[in-house]
Design a protein around this ligand. Structure first.
Ligand code: PNS
Length: 163
């Protein structure tokens, strides 16, 4: 089985993420989507919620496994025999940090990182921007899977009501 991992925070998954996962799922037998837990970052969605949303929107691909991981990405890969990390590159500005991480990860365990150019439709897209725009009432429905957009609008309304 040829395996690869698409890692990230996925808070929440966007159409940009989904595009990369779908393309990876056509190249590999099994694609792991690893939701990396960062205890220093308060998310909009819990890790369990993020996993549920990713499972829902990737179910149709048929070969995607979604899991959370706390710790180093290279350990996640080593424990599961995954030789390749797939990352989307949106713009040159992503490259510096992504290259550093790829070189560090390769130096740690020999795991390879493969970069996939993001579709130009999503080159400006990030979960952070989507949350910010949505929280001020901007329309981000074209940037998220429908079910994810619905949950984001709900969550923002819940948070506003609790303030
Ligand atoms: O979606 P993000 O937040 O841009 O994803 C970044 C992520 C989670 C892929 C990166 O921070 C990561 O790999 N974290 C796991 C911890 C780790 O392995 N750190 C060393 C990287 S060289």
């Amino acid at each position: 089985m040829r395996r690869a991992v698409c890692p990230g925070s996925f808070d929440p998954i966007t159409n940009g993420h989904l595009d990369i996962i779908e393309r990876a799922s056509k190249l590999y037998d099994v694609v792991h989507v690893a939701v990396l837990i960062n205890r220093n970052k308060q998310g909009m969605f819990t890790v369990e919620e993020r996993i549920g949303l990713i499972e829902e929107v990737t179910a149709g691909f048929g070969n995607v496994v979604v899991e959370s991981h706390h710790g180093l990405l290279v350990d996640y890969c080593r424990e599961r025999g995954i030789p390749a990390i797939i990352k989307g590159l949106r713009a040159v500005s992503d490259f510096d940090y992504e290259l550093q991480m790829a070189q560090m990860n390769h130096g740690l365990t020999g795991v390879e990182t493969l970069f996939v150019p993001t579709s130009p439709t999503y080159s400006f897209l990030s979960s952070t921007l989507v949350k910010e725009v949505a929280s001020y009432g901007g329309d981000v429905s074209h940037l998220l899977p429908e079910t994810v957009h619905g949950r984001l609008v709900e969550r923002i309304a819940e948070r506003k009501a609790a303030q």
